[in-house]
Design a protein around this ligand. Structure first.
Ligand SMILES: Cc1cc2nc3c(=O)[nH]c(=O)nc-3n(C[C@H](O)[C@H](O)[C@H](O)COP(=O)(O)OP(=O)(O)OC[C@H]3O[C@@H](n4cnc5c(N)ncnc54)[C@H](O)[C@@H]3O)c2cc1C
Length: 165
């Protein structure tokens, strides 16, 4: 009788240990890139396939450029090292995840050659303007005069200040 009790206890404890192990293993998030790990551009892989629908591609492009230029217009004038790293990592990841696969392939190659400039708002805005012009040239579109970038994408900073008052 005592032997049966011991065996039962051992079995129950073993099952508990096994189930605890699986519960914790399930909760553990799996990161392909560990937080803080540098993303090497030559390791980057474009994820999405070719976007066949030209209208969708153009709409996506216009919306994305607006987002990216506005992001640069609001990027800090004197960023911290962490902010600089965030912008660089963001652009590298963006270039692998952009939903138009063929666009992403070109953009990824381009920003590997011309890495994101993150030292200031002006540097970042001018860099993106040059990248956009690079795409424009490839698509035979007019080149934009980058000296007018601040006027084209205002940071909205004045409005922000007055709304906080
Ligand atoms: C990262 C990325 C890569 C792309 N790659 C491709 C591709 O490989 N093939 C493809 O077919 N399409 C690609 N596109 C889409 C393409 O760039 C255009 O967005 C799309 O063709 C619509 O063009 P658009 O003439 O309306 O003007 P857009 O190029 O979308 O520009 C929108 C507006 O931004 C302003 N603008 C123009 N140039 C600049 C500049 N240099 N700086 C700031 N503002 C500017 C102009 O006012 C313009 O009307 C890409 C888009 C993005 C965001």
């Amino acid at each position: 009788m005592r032997r049966v009790q011991i065996v039962t206890t051992v079995v129950v404890v073993t099952l508990l240990l096994i189930s605890t192990f699986f519960v914790y293993r399930k909760q553990e998030p799996v990161f392909e890139t560990k937080p803080g790990e540098e993303i090497e551009s030559d390791e980057a892989k474009v994820i999405m396939s070719v976007m066949g629908n030209q209208t969708e591609k153009e709409e996506l492009g216009r919306a994305t450029w607006k987002f990216l230029h506005t992001m640069m217009a609001r990027y800090p004038e004197t960023p911290t090292e962490t902010e600089r790293k965030s912008l660089k990592d963001f652009m590298m990841l963006f270039s692998t995840l952009y939903p138009c696969g063929e666009c992403a392939t070109h953009f990824n190659k381009m920003i590997t050659t011309y890495p994101p400039q993150t030292s200031s708002r002006v540097a970042a805005s001018q860099w993106l303007c040059a990248m956009h012009n690079n795409v424009n040239e490839r698509l035979k579109k007019p080149v934009f005069d980058c000296s007018g970038i601040e006027a084209k994408y205002p940071c909205g900073c004045d409005e922000e200040k007055s709304s906080n008052e």
